[in-house]
Design a protein around this ligand. Structure first.
Ligand code: NAD
Length: 263
């Protein structure tokens, strides 16, 4: 049968910040194809509805919910809505993430705080809401989404984001210890260079039009596999960690980077 049949998955940051397939949206569709019912949560209602629509187009079930992952009251209300609809929540994919380019002397304190709040404090907010439900249900899984920027310098200053993504990994490791006796597994996917609309837009903003193709080719050459990854390839890793096939896996990370980190 389908690997995620009967499971209800909350994808936080389910939409895409630009037209196309983000990691969150591709995850919603991938998990639904494997049998999961989806809660497509996003701060942007239109983005949540777009993700839910794609799930339905793929033959799955999805509930769009608007909430800011950094807002504890809004997340409580979202979880209440989702439970009212599906009756349970088995998996959290903590996918929402923001960043801003800059080093120690460039970043505003307010931007720094917001990035840590959305990328890291959101994990605390969601975990303390969902872990009691998962414990009462006899178990569950949390998959956090870090970045290779959280483990290595990626060639340009992205300090607030990078520090937050390192914290994502350690949050998951610590939570895994805390919740192992409850049957709640906590793991992280670490995407490398992934071909999403956000990355395409960032790169387009950094180079003149004539240099763009050369910049893209240089970026692809950096990766041992010779290309960027797709959001679908990240989604497949999330699906595995969310599933019972990963039943003895907790407190660890799965790199999805085409060999880049090992280079
Ligand atoms: P994206 O940035 O295009 O979309 C993210 C979605 O999250 C958007 O729909 C946005 O509205 C939503 N969001 C942002 N802040 C939110 C908040 N406070 N509350 C609720 N929703 C919020 O998606 P992406 O580029 O696929 O990135 C998804 C995740 O993967 C992020 O955590 C990102 O850091 C991580 N990641 C991406 C790449 C990449 O190459 N794209 C690489 C490594 C890691």
């Amino acid at each position: 049968g389908a690997r995620l049949a009967g499971k209800v998955v909350l994808v936080a940051g389910a939409g895409s910040s630009a037209a196309g397939w983000s990691i969150g949206k591709a995850s919603c569709v991938t998990l639904a194809r494997q049998g999961a019912a989806i809660i497509a949560l996003d701060a942007d209602l239109a983005a949540a509805e777009d993700a839910a629509h794609e799930v339905e187009r793929a033959g799955g079930k999805a509930l769009p919910v608007q909430a800011d992952v950094a807002d504890a009251d809004a997340m409580q209300a979202a979880v209440d809505t989702a439970r009212g609809h599906y009756g349970r929540i088995d998996v959290l994919q903590a996918n929402a993430g923001i960043g801003k380019v800059g080093g120690p002397e460039d970043i505003d304190l307010a931007d720094w705080d917001r990035i840590q709040r959305v990328n890291v404090t959101s994990l605390l907010i969601a975990t303390r809401l969902l872990a009691p439900l998962m414990r009462a249900q006899g178990g569950g899984a949390i998959v956090t989404v870090s970045s290779i920027a959280g483990i290595r310098y990626t060639g340009y200053p992205h300090l607030a984001y990078s520090v937050s993504k390192a914290a994502v990994i350690h949050f998951a490791r610590m939570a895994a210890q805390q919740y192992a006796p409850d049957g709640i597994r906590v793991n992280t996917v670490i995407p490398g260079l992934i071909d999403t609309p956000r990355v395409a837009r960032n790169v387009a903003g950094m180079f003149a039009k004539d240099d763009l193709e050369a910049a893209r080719a240089a970026r692809d050459r950096q990766v041992p596999m010779g290309r960027m990854g797709t959001p679908w390839e990240v989604a497949n890793a999330v699906a595995f960690l969310a599933s019972d096939e990963a039943s003895y896996i907790t407190g660890t990370e799965l790199l999805v980077d085409g060999g880049l980190t090992g280079k």
